[in-house]
Design a protein around this ligand. Structure first.
Ligand code: EPS
Length: 389
């Protein structure tokens, strides 16, 4: 494993922490650059009150000195501002008072029920505190370092939202990947079409009034990816597999497509596959289409990587669904917890981060190198020698 990370922290606990091991030395990175990505994660129309409470200020605990990575494990910490209001509820010392904010009626669609059964918790707060998507803040924090490494190697990552509830953006992604975020970030729902942005906002407002929640679909792109990341030679080295696993690790994601994805199953080979043409220089070849989404046979083709993920509607409904009170065994409406109406715009930003981890790991596996100098030299040589235009 060339790059790995772990996170810890409860949603209303003291802090979120993350440790990442395997980053090469000599990468310039600042708190400001990390926080830029964290601020992008906080945005999006339909978020709840929590995002106004948290600043998501990051503290570098280890692995970075004088603005550069050391090659040793990097530890980041984000303090939860809301923790002060939850001090007695989240106390780590033995607590003798009455249990506050106990959760005994599981929310359909959340980890509450099975998590409580699995870990033998009658108070499902013990489950939801860690199952909460708040954890993704520290993943985005760690990934911002990885993204900086990828950008130094000429790899750009961007995303856009293409569906919220029943509102779809059918437009083609007509701009370069390195300009995508500066455009999508201007929209409160991260949709690049102004008119559709308005309809998506209205859809979220409508759901909020009804005490309901919404899911959606987001698309992530990576350009400048060198050919040959991943491998066909063993099942667990296929790049699509790693990307799908990473995206599926994001809370509420229920579907992942690469390239044309499910449309591939409805197509004929003659219209689907990306034909190969003679390039403009001797010995070179080129593609004209990208149905494969930048990956063939488990390996990157050097075409843009295109990933689409579908997020289910959030499980906390202000007009709750039917459930069972597990203390009384009586039917009762599900637990209500402060939450978001729609978090698809934030999920797109988190998706970028998750794709960044996978690409960074694949880059480090193929090219190796303990310092940025060593790594960039190897990647540039390979890119120059690759005969795909
Ligand atoms: C989130 C923080 C949470 C939720 C949301 C994501 O904060 P709180 O629970 O204090 O309102 O807003 O979590 C969920 C939707 C969920 O189902 O757990 C965040 O920082 O992203």
């Amino acid at each position: 494993m060339s790059l790995r990370y772990l996170t810890a922290g409860e949603s209303h606990g003291k802090a979120l922490t993350g440790i990442m091991d395997g980053m090469p030395s000599g990468l310039s990175i600042s708190v400001k650059e990390i926080e830029e990505q964290l601020q992008r994660r906080k945005l999006g129309f339909g978020r709840g009150a929590r995002q106004k409470i948290e600043t998501d200020a990051v503290e570098i605990i280890s692995g970075i000195r004088f603005g550069k990575t050391l090659g040793s494990p990097i530890c980041l910490m984000i303090q939860n501002k809301d923790a002060s209001a939850w001090k007695t509820i989240m106390e780590s010392e033995p607590y003798v008072g009455p249990v506050q904010r106990e959760v005994i009626i599981p929310r359909p669609g959340h980890a509450d029920l099975v998590g409580g059964i699995k870990y033998h918790h009658s108070d499902m707060r013990n489950v939801l505190e860690r199952a909460s998507a708040r954890e993704t803040a520290i993943r985005v924090g760690l990934a911002s370092i990885v993204r900086k490494m990828l950008s130094e190697l000429g790899i750009s990552i961007g995303s856009r939202v293409v569906q919220i509830g029943s509102v779809r953006d059918e437009s083609e992604m007509g701009i370069s990947v390195n300009r995508l975020n500066s455009m999508a970030d201007l929209s409160p729902v991260r949709c690049t079409q102004d008119q559709i942005t308005e309809v998506m906002i209205a859809e979220v407002e409508h759901a909020k009034k009804a005490g309901d929640t919404l899911g959606g679909i987001f698309e992530i792109y990576a350009s400048g990816v060198p050919a040959g990341l991943g491998s066909y030679s063993q099942w667990d080295r296929r790049l699509e597999g790693a990307i799908s696993k990473a995206l599926m690790s994001l809370n509420a994601v229920k579907g992942v497509e690469i390239g044309l994805g499910f449309q591939a199953g409805r197509s004929r080979g003659s219209t689907f596959h990306d034909e190969i043409f003679v390039g403009s220089q001797p010995g070179y070849v080129r593609y004209q289409t990208n149905s494969a989404g930048g990956i063939e046979g488990g390996m990157s083709t050097s075409q843009p990587i295109v990933v689409r993920a579908s997020m289910k509607p959030l499980a906390t409904l202000m007009k709750p669904l039917r459930s069972v009170n597990l203390k009384t065994s009586e039917p009762e409406l599900a637990h209500i917890e402060r939450s978001d109406v729609c978090a698809v715009p934030a999920a797109a930003v988190i998706g970028e981060s998750l794709l960044a981890f996978v690409l960074a790991e694949a880059v480090l596996e193929k090219f190796g190198g303990d310092s940025m100098e060593e790594l960039s030299g190897r990647v540039q040589l390979w890119k120059q020698a690759c005969p795909i235009e």
